[in-house]
Design a protein around this ligand. Structure first.
Ligand SMILES: *[C@@H]1O[C@H](CO)[C@@H](O)[C@H](O)[C@H]1NC(C)=O
Ligand SMILES: *[C@@H]1O[C@H](CO)[C@@H](O)[C@H](O)[C@H]1NC(C)=O
Ligand SMILES: *[C@@H]1O[C@H](CO)[C@@H](O)[C@H](O)[C@H]1NC(C)=O
Ligand SMILES: *[C@@H]1O[C@H](CO)[C@@H](O)[C@H](O)[C@H]1NC(C)=O
Ligand SMILES: *[C@@H]1O[C@H](CO)[C@@H](O)[C@H](O)[C@H]1NC(C)=O
Ligand SMILES: *[C@@H]1O[C@H](CO)[C@@H](O)[C@H](O)[C@H]1NC(C)=O
Ligand SMILES: *[C@@H]1O[C@H](CO)[C@@H](O)[C@H](O)[C@H]1NC(C)=O
Ligand SMILES: *[C@@H]1O[C@H](CO)[C@@H](O)[C@H](O)[C@H]1NC(C)=O
Ligand SMILES: *[C@@H]1O[C@H](CO)[C@@H](O)[C@H](O)[C@H]1NC(C)=O
Ligand SMILES: *[C@@H]1O[C@H](CO)[C@@H](O)[C@H](O)[C@H]1NC(C)=O
Ligand SMILES: *[C@@H]1O[C@H](CO)[C@@H](O)[C@H](O)[C@H]1NC(C)=O
Ligand SMILES: *[C@@H]1O[C@H](CO)[C@@H](O)[C@H](O)[C@H]1NC(C)=O
Length: 648
């Protein structure tokens, strides 16, 4: 029998303040300690560079001759403007800079691509600092900001030499926050079933940091139309207010933000931008904000509405909800108007996450529409719009029946992509489980069936051949947990995110947008240099680890009601927590041969439901026996601090 170290976990959990407790998990927080960061190591030197190692300590190095170069490594994904000091220059000294996330694209003649995906991989080129250089401090011009890179290559482009020192990068993301490490949430669990025992904790923080790097100042968007090659310009306006979240598909990035930093204003700004740009005639929302302002995506239309629900659930920001409500209802009506006589939504705005097909009576689109309807009924209820709520709830119930009739293929035990195909997509099957379109038996069958798509590195999406999508896999992950298949969920984490976080193709700190079935970077137009290494949509594990493994979720706005339902997942302990405007929520469980123990801390004016992960001989809450034997796994608990113990 293992002895529980109660004093240690009490100090970790019951800290009584509105920011995450400190503990061993802090060592895995990727966010920099300072907003000015320096190179961590020298990655490569070519040609004649003297004292290159000095660049790590702020000292100087001399790069001599045309084509000599040095690459510095910032240790992890960073983004911002480079500054340094030119210590010694001659009238003809000149340098260029190239930036890359992946070490695969460390090269003196081009950055990785951020402007446009072109198969040459060299669209962006380098940033030239032409002769004559002036001695003293130099700072990269603001328009030439690189939002994400890990490696910087500095090339001498003239016959003479140049000496530089004190290379720094002024972090540009999270412009509204001074202490990037001041998280309001945390997660910690040792994983005995992976080579790196700290994998789960690292992954949680990698997802959190990914979303931080996607949270940017309003005036730092990519210029559209894109600048001509070679070049880049990141000085366009991104929306109606900043800071703003980009690449943050609302179904994944908002929960990540909530459980880690609770920094939801950038999400509100992004959502406000979308509602302000609604088509006043049709009620269609754009797919993306300015300057891209893409339109014609029914699924992204749904995600914006789902993001609205998530934002309200976590923040309880009623004034904002009321402000956008008339446009929100127009956007729901847009979806309703696309339901035809079959009772299903006919998807005609085909832009999506890059998957093929997706039109007509498509199951992914209809699953999203169903989620919009159930969410909208809840939001209308919170706003006391009872009749509207009842109407949307009725539409949801009717759609649920049609969805099952049309898409469920009993012989496969999976849903099909549309009413004329036998393809069973990863997206709709995962979403059907987590949006409650299934019976428990169907959920179990879908979880099993999805595993047929797996290779060593994760699921190859049937609806996008040769591609492993960490965006859609984030939903699949939840579907395995939701259906009670914790071991399968952990297996998926190990394969897919285990690959992404440790492969030396990646930045090993933030999460890849996607990759091919064999683990290569793939890319739009076959440009592997364009694939993003920090995409909020890949951060699904961060909220899943909090919501399922630590087991803690909110079930009504601001967490007035909550739930704790740990998934043991082959672990012997896990803990985590987050804050809402009502206060701190924490959960910490430990499993030994004789006992399952759970500590929960929530604000006193709340109530919650505890679902125990296993039966035992006796259950006590705060020392009082509430159950002898295994009557039920479900307990209702008032807010405050509680200890639940199950004798096994
Ligand atoms: C480096 O220095 C050597 C010796 O002076 C010279 O031959 C070579 O061309 C230089 N390389 C570059 C890239 O300038
Ligand atoms: C962005 O920077 C480019 C290059 O300096 C410049 O031509 C352009 O006018 C700038 N755009 C804005 C909106 O500032
Ligand atoms: C440096 O080398 C490149 C490539 O060989 C060449 O195009 C360029 O003209 C050279 N620059 C100078 C200043 O000699
Ligand atoms: C190094 O650069 C930083 C950031 O630009 C600056 O604050 C600092 O004063 C510089 N240090 C020296 C010794 O120049
Ligand atoms: C609602 O939509 C209209 C266009 O129909 C737009 O002018 C207005 O700014 C939007 N309001 C909000 C709060 O987004
Ligand atoms: C129906 O699904 C198949 C398989 O995904 C796809 O090839 C086809 O294009 C879809 N139909 C429509 C109308 O999108
Ligand atoms: C969906 O609507 C489009 C455009 O009106 C139409 O061409 C298509 O046949 C419809 N699909 C279905 C399955 O009804
Ligand atoms: C809804 O009604 C309840 C009970 O009357 C009230 O407390 C609450 O403030 C109302 N909510 C809104 C958003 O008006
Ligand atoms: C799922 O749907 C069923 C029936 O449609 C409903 O009774 C149940 O409450 C739903 N579950 C959740 C968690 O919403
Ligand atoms: C879907 O239909 C199947 C029969 O094909 C049935 O067993 C199942 O209960 C239905 N699921 C739902 C959620 O209604
Ligand atoms: C629950 O208790 C009953 C009666 O004591 C026993 O038959 C059953 O196996 C127990 N179930 C579990 C899961 O422990
Ligand atoms: C829970 O415990 C913490 C730390 O001891 C304390 O600050 C907090 O007030 C307690 N919460 C409640 C609701 O009693």
């Amino acid at each position: 029998m293992k002895v529980l170290n109660i004093s240690l976990w009490v100090s970790a959990l019951w800290h009584g303040s509105l920011c995450a407790p400190s503990g061993p998990w802090d060592a895995f927080n990727y966010a920099p300690h300072s907003k000015i960061v320096s190179p961590h190591a020298i990655y490569r030197v070519e040609g004649n560079v003297t004292h290159a190692a000095n660049l790590v300590a702020g000292g100087g190095a001399t790069i001599s001759g045309n084509g000599s170069w040095v690459t510095v490594d910032f240790d992890k994904e960073v983004g911002g403007l480079i500054s340094w000091t030119f210590d010694a220059v001659s009238s003809t000294s000149a340098v260029s800079l190239s930036f890359t996330e992946s070490p695969s694209f460390v090269r003196p003649y081009a950055s990785d691509d951020s402007t446009y995906p072109e198969y040459t991989t060299t669209y962006d080129g380098v940033l030239n600092v032409p002769a004559p250089l002036s001695p003293g401090k130099w700072t990269q011009p603001a328009y030439a900001l690189r939002g994400g890179f890990r490696y910087l290559t500095i090339v001498s482009t003239s016959d003479v030499s140049v000496t530089i020192s004190n290379i720094t990068c002024a972090i540009s993301f999270m412009p509204h926050v001074d202490d990037l490490r001041a998280y309001t949430g945390y997660f910690y669990a040792a994983d005995p079933n992976f080579p790196d025992k700290n994998f789960l904790t690292k992954l949680w923080y990698a997802g959190a940091y990914t979303v931080q790097t996607n949270t940017v100042a309003l005036e730092t968007g990519r210029q559209i139309p894109v600048v001509a090659s070679p070049g880049w310009a990141n000085n366009a306006t991104l929306g109606v207010a900043g800071p703003i979240i980009v690449d943050g598909d609302m179904g994944i990035a908002v929960p990540t933000q909530f459980v880690s930093t609770n920094d939801l204003a950038p999400t509100r700004n992004a959502l406000s931008t979308m509602f302000a740009a609604i088509d006043p005639v049709t009620g269609a929302l754009p797919e993306s904000g300015p300057p891209l302002s893409q339109t014609g995506s029914d699924t992204y239309h749904c995600w914006t509405l789902i993001g609205t629900y998530n934002y309200y659930l976590y923040s309880g920001d009623t004034a904002w909800l009321q402000n956008i409500w008339s446009n929100y209802t127009k956007a729901v009506a847009f979806l309703d108007s696309h339901v035809d006589s079959s009772g299903l939504f006919n998807v005609t705005g085909l832009r999506d996450w890059a998957r093929l097909g997706g039109g007509g009576h498509n199951s992914e689109g209809n699953a999203l529409y169903y989620k919009v309807l159930t969410n909208s009924a809840s939001l209308a209820t919170y706003l006391n719009e009872t009749e509207t709520a009842a109407g949307w709830a009725r539409n949801a119930s009717a759609l649920k029946v049609k969805f099952n009739e049309t898409f469920w293929v009993p012989s496969a035990g999976l849903y099909r992509d549309n009413d004329t195909t036998t393809l069973h997509p990863q997206d709709a099957n995962s979403l059907a489980v987590i949006f409650n379109l299934t019976t428990p038996e169907q959920a179990a069958s879908v979880s099993r069936g999805l595993q047929q798509n797996w290779n060593d590195l994760g699921p190859v999406a049937p609806e996008l051949p040769d591609t492993i999508s960490p965006f859609i896999s984030g939903f699949e992950l939840q579907a395995h947990f939701e259906s009670g298949n914790d071991a399968r969920a952990m297996d998926l984490l190990h394969r897919e995110w285990g690959y992404m976080l440790y492969t030396n193709l990646s930045v090993q700190s933030t999460l890849l947008e996607g990759f091919t079935a064999n683990g290569s970077l793939g890319g739009y137009n076959y440009d592997a240099a364009y694939t993003s290494h920090s995409h909020g949509w890949s951060s699904g594990p961060t909220s899943a680890l909090t919501f399922y493994v630590a087991g803690l979720t909110v079930t009504s706005p601001q967490g007035r009601t909550w739930s704790v339902a740990p998934h043991l997942s082959g672990l012997s302990a896990a803990e985590g927590g987050f804050e809402t405007p009502l206060g701190w929520y924490g959960a910490h469980w430990q499993l030994s041969d004789s006992t399952f123990s759970l500590r929960v801390e929530t604000p006193s004016e709340t109530t919650g439901a505890v679902r125990l992960p296993l039966f035992g001989k006796k259950v006590t809450v705060d020392g009082q026996t509430v159950q002898s034997g295994n009557a039920t796994l479900d307990l209702v608990v008032a807010g405050g601090n509680h200890t639940v113990v199950v004798d096994l």
